[in-house]
Write a protein that binds this ligand. Structure first.
Ligand code: NAD
Length: 479
């Protein structure tokens, strides 16, 4: 049984949850402790006791710990990538790449611990000096989703620690394995007890204790819009600092003048890889008239060549859906699109097992054509390997349709026109814009986040992370 980490101790929880491999439901990945609210409060106690000393640790101490964590993750990428693929269902190359990404993020923030600076400013008054500095904020609760089981925790925990905060980490129920492995690496990295704590358990059970405790200074959350909005409503009455990264309904515009190969690659990679379970996945493919039919034919041809199978089998392009609940949601959206008159161009079917007979939650990549932006399939995030093509007349209509959504995370365009690319970069209502590259797939040293219902609060990642994980102090000194 894998225990929770609280105040430097590995503690059994009030219960135990079983982690099942979605590629082969006969395979039990492990058993993981489930905290109750009392144990969650214990983690907040530990983090708040550890804060005084860690907030005054030197940048060198923080660098050493974070750099060591990064080195270990990079060295163990194959082993931890295998675990990640086994519990979440992304393919081995994707999973190994994600672990490496987590390692790079820890190394980046190790450097940021050394680079944090302030300003010395001349006062408007004679004989006074002004300094503007950044200080840690306190206990940070990090709540993460299942679709990036190690990279998202890394991009929350690493900056929180780098800037001198203490952390209580609550991973998603479906992926405790990667979370526990990361906690073990952190526990062995030289961090003082209580600076980092792991609380595995159901969000509804431990969530309030981890987010509503007055000793929690900040909550960083990535997950669904429904959960995020609930947390935001509760936090607004207490003034807890909040950062929310939520869903998407990301458009990929394909114009007549696009390079067809590039457009097909961007669409297939963005919409279907990682089983479409990425907040930055392109799910609305907005295609102008003259290229529409050629584009659809080429995408369908590419989909026919993809292998949907066990995430850890050699040659798998697309692994299973994460669990039975998500598979049912995906199939419900497929049924609803058909009922609204969308044409099923490819896929649409679940498979109870892969070609090797592994029982799992398999779903063929699914493409709809003849859809409109008003259909449910165009309005709501599916979070599966499902995309729909919306035919438009020209660039102006494409841009309008791309922006006609409650979300605003990532927005892409495939075109060889500098004029349209430049205009789109300026006018796409999204936090991230992609020109001739997939909507999913980002760098770790630059800001990540969205607009509208996709995000709330300061950006994550890169130097911009300091905005959330520090608070500014202005000091005046008489000379
Ligand atoms: P979810 O909202 O169901 O769960 C996210 C986390 O919140 C989990 O750890 C869960 O246990 C916890 N939680 C649930 N109820 C809670 C409560 N009452 N209090 C505190 N915590 C609670 O989301 P999910 O299904 O795990 O993830 C999928 C969603 O995440 C999708 O909508 C996707 O778009 C989004 N996502 C967004 C980004 C981004 O950066 N914008 C990145 C990845 C995933």
């Amino acid at each position: 049984m894998h225990a929770n980490l609280i105040g430097g101790q590995w503690l059994a929880g009030a219960g135990v949850a079983v982690n099942v491999n979605p590629s082969d439901t006969r395979d039990i990945v492990g058993e993981y402790a489930q905290a109750d609210p009392a144990q969650a409060r214990q983690a907040v106690d530990a983090a708040s006791q550890a804060f005084e000393s860690w907030s005054h640790s030197t940048p060198q101490q923080r660098f050493d710990v974070l750099d060591a964590v990064g080195t270990t993750l990079l060295a163990r990428r194959a082993e931890l990538g295998d675990l990640l693929a086994r519990e979440e269902g992304k393919t081995l190359p994707e999973a190994t790449g994600e672990v490496a990404r987590a390692g790079q993020i820890f190394k980046f923030f190790a450097g940021e611990a050394l680079r944090l600076t302030g300003d010395a400013v001349s006062s408007v008054r004679p004989g006074v000096g002004v300094e503007v500095t950044r200080e840690p904020i306190g206990v940070v609760t990090a709540i993460t989703p299942w679709n990036f089981p190690i990279a998202i925790p890394a991009w929350k925990i690493a900056p929180a620690l780098a800037y001198g905060n203490t952390v209580v980490f609550k991973p998603a129920e479906l992926v405790p394995g990667s979370a526990w492995a990361l906690a073990e690496v952190l526990a062995n990295s030289g961090l003082p007890a209580g600076v980092f704590n792991l609380v595995m358990g159901r969000g509804a059970v431990v969530g309030p204790a981890l987010t509503e405790d007055p000793r929690v200074a900040a909550v960083t959350f990535t997950g669904s819009a429904a959960t995020g909005q609930r947390l935001a409503a509760a936090a607004s009455t207490r003034g807890t600092k909040m950062q929310l990264e939520m869903g998407g309904k990301n458009p990929l515009v394909v114009l007549d003048d696009a390079d067809l190969e590039v457009a097909v690659h961007c669409a297939v990679q963005s919409a279907f890889y990682s089983t479409g379970q990425r907040c930055t996945a392109a799910s609305r493919l907005i295609v102008t008239d003259a290229i529409h039919d050629r584009f659809v034919a080429a995408v369908v041809k590419r989909l026919q060549s993809l292998t949907v199978a066990d995430a850890r089998s050699v040659g798998t392009d697309i692994g299973p859906v994460v669990d039975e609940v998500q598979l049912r949601i995906d199939l419900d959206y497929i049924a609803s699109a058909r009922a609204e008159g969308a044409h099923l161009a490819f896929g649409g079917e679940a498979r109870p097992s892969d070609a090797q007979g592994h029982p799992g939650h398999y779903l063929l990549p699914t493409l709809f054509t003849e859809t409109h932006n008003t259909m449910r399939i165009s309005r709501e995030e599916v979070f599966g390997p499902v995309a729909n093509v919306i035919r438009v007349r020209d660039y102006a209509e494409a841009l309008a349709v791309a922006n006609d959504t409650q979300f605003g995370l990532s927005s892409g365009i495939c075109t060889t026109s500098l004029k349209h690319a430049s205009h789109f970069k300026r006018h796409a209502q999204a936090g991230m814009v992609m020109v001739n590259v997939a909507t999913a797939g980002v760098d770790y040293h630059v800001p990540f986040g969205g607009r509208k219902a996709s995000s709330h609060g300061p950006r994550e990642q890169g130097r911009y992370a300091a905005e959330f994980y520090t608070t500014v102090k202005t000091a005046y000194t008489a000379a």
